[in-house]
Ligand binder design. Structure first.
Ligand code: AMP
Length: 114
């Protein structure tokens, strides 16, 4: 998707602070961190949002989730705890329409969320 900012980050066309790259997945620091540590984990393949997922996406989304936990481990988040967030749709807070997991750590988080 030519105009998608996360596709362009995944391809390297737009610079980012990457922490991990695999054949299918890229993780990079959020440019506007909402916690002391805030990393985005995305599939290279353009999927707009959670609600667009269908059965054949299960393996990729499983990898995305496992990769997020691997990034958490590799960046030392486990001792502190961390939160994963996926916003689906504008009212839920989604602003970039390329599916992504927010990996957040380094502060206290509220439950229920605001
Ligand atoms: P969401 O609001 O759930 O769609 O999350 C999108 C996230 O992407 C926000 O936390 C933004 O700060 C982040 N973001 C937007 N542009 C960039 C960029 N060029 N590099 C890194 N993070 C970005």
């Amino acid at each position: 998707m030519g105009n998608c900012i996360f596709c362009r980050i995944a391809s390297g066309e737009i610079p980012s602070k990457k922490v991990l790259e695999t054949e299918d997945i890229v993780a990079f620091h959020d440019v506007s961190p909402q916690a002391p540590r805030h990393i985005l984990v995305i599939p290279r393949r353009h999927i707009e949002k959670l609600a667009d997922l269908t059965g054949p996406d299960a393996a990729l989304m499983g990898k995305l989730l496992v990769t997020a936990t691997e990034v958490a481990r590799a960046t030392g988040m486990e001792a502190d705890g961390y939160r994963l967030v996926i916003n689906n749709g504008e009212r839920a807070g989604q602003s970039v329409f390329h599916i992504h997991i927010h990996l957040l750590s380094g502060r206290d988080f509220q439950w229920p969320p605001g």
